[in-house]
Ligand binder design. Sequence first.
Ligand code: SF4
Length: 355
Amino acid sequence: MLTFAHALIHWQTQYGRHGLPWQGTNDPYAIWVAEIMLQQTQVMTVIPYYQRFLESFPDVECLAKAPIDAVLALWSGLGYYSRGRNLHKAACLIVERYQGRFPQHAATIQQLPGIGRSTAAAIAAFAYGERCAILDGNVKRVLTRCFGISGYPGEKTTETLLWQKADALLPEAGDKQQMAAYTQALMDLGATVCTHHQPKCLSCPLQPDCVAFKENRVASLPTPRPRKSLPSKETTFLLLINQDKILLEKRSSPGIWGGLWCLPEREIDHNSQVSSPPYLEMDAVPVANLPPLDHAFTHFKLRIHTQLLQVTSRPCKKMDRAIWVTIDDALQCAIPAPVRKILLKTDFQQQLQTD
Ligand code: SF4
């Protein structure tokens, strides 16, 4: 039976990506530039940028000597400009600290600005055949699925477990070529087969042993980032009733529910008795407190208290951005979902009779 590493290497020879401009070299500088550009950017987008960059700055000394503006000009359009700035900074350090000679071990490479553990390992594996594991986002996806590892990979415990797994799966020491082939194979599988959406399990070399495939957990792995608990806020809506009509106010825009018709709102004050909304210049008496309603926004949760108030004075006729409407008409207006829920849930007849 083929080991994990051998199955991948065998698959890569036939189905992996070959002939990319940064392949077929063991120049650590050229590999480094490619690895940095490929972070957060698709292969096809990177190719022309990579070629222009290498033509202008063919080695680490040229890059170190170049003004940062010239480096960033060539980076322009690739995005994430800190990558370009760090590349330049690291080139200067290599010249200064290592006399222009690229460091030869992942542990030293990782000390350079903008290079994390996985990128350092990829450079060392491709350039020197060093036996060290990579663990970028694609590899995390392959490993969590293949070995059925639950837990958000960005979380420390899961990440540590994945690094241990990635180390344990490395091909045996000895053949430097194997390390480059294995690293490339793992990258290719994550990018082209074990993809985030619609992975091609039926053509995957790991499928016979893949836990996620066997247990039908492919769609649920890797475990997504846990949702942060959202802050809570409270507010009070005033449901003002005058005969068969209620009052709606148009919310100002921009803002929450900007431009929609809403019930008048006031900041919650648990100690105060609401008797009238002064800004509406009319008298109203509280009739009932409706059950609170919870509504979730992307960034916070809102608990809405609603007070039903009967207007007792002649309502002000001239109102900016406010209208008296029947419930039926209100439901036809552009109203936020919670207001719709409140209106649909409230038995106005009963509330007004019993309280
Ligand atoms: S079988 Fe499917 S889920 Fe498992 S490693 Fe291959 S592509 Fe990924």
